[in-house]
Design a binder for this molecule. Sequence first.
Ligand code: CO8
Length: 262
Amino acid sequence: TNTYEHILTSSPKPGVGLITLNRPKALNALCSPLFTELNDALSKYDEDKSIGAIIITGSEKAFAAGADIKEMAPLTFSSAYSNNFIAPWSHLANSIRKPVIAAVSGYALGGGCELALMCDIIYCTSNATFGQPEIKLGVIPGAGGSQRLTRAVGKSKAMELILTGKNFSGKQAGEWGVAAEVVDGGHAELLDVAVKTAETIAGHSRVATVAAKEVVNKSQELSLREGVEYERRLFHGLFGSQDQKIGMTAFAEKKKPEWSHE
Ligand code: CO8
């Protein structure tokens, strides 16, 4: 039901948009056409009023084995700089307002790891393989890895990972707080957990959900005092939504809220 070449889209449950990276011959290496499609699918789900949460996943073998090395190999500084190579990857982090869950099994290396780190919640299997191996290719992470991984695991571990290029396991990702949960089992079990969480999120008020994502993300950018003030302003703002009245009235009446998403 879609016209994409490198990704699949579906809705496994009401309110849930699932994007599956599907370039198996290259272990879902993130070539530019794949990213164009991913951005398009993300934008469509973000605009779709029936969708409340989005999942990005890959296959059992690979979430994504990185940016496409064969595409990058001949790049020059001038062309990378002039064409702002990799900049379109920021669409997910900068413009998508609904919550996005990464469900990672197999390889999440380089740009694949960075893609997962751009998502709001990461779930993985214990034998998922994360890493920033760019140093082994003579470059460095280019899609936010040095910043987001460092915020996720702290400076010393991030330095070690980025300077050695060594991988870390899904189990470690869980222990270090990179992943919210390490799911027992394989890709199917992982996807079940991701879909359940996405369903839970999609069952909440869309207005509140977008606000919640926005304020948590502000914690990564602002000082504590600015962040707390930002949160309070948005909290105040939500008293202007219909869903605040619906949610609090339903609680008092011991009913399930029927959100207007307004
Ligand atoms: N790009 C292009 N093709 C790839 C990539 C990739 N990242 N990863 C795998 N492939 C291809 C292989 O070339 C191979 O193709 P073919 O069959 O035509 O030879 C096919 O996928 C299957 O791969 P393997 O045969 O290598 O599979 P294995 O199971 O033996 O190994 C690995 C799996 C360990 C994942 C191995 O494929 C590998 O090491 N891949 C590269 C991992 C990597 O280095 N990723 C980081 C890339 S750099 C990056 O992401 C930078 C992101 C930010 C961009 C900033 C730029 C400025």
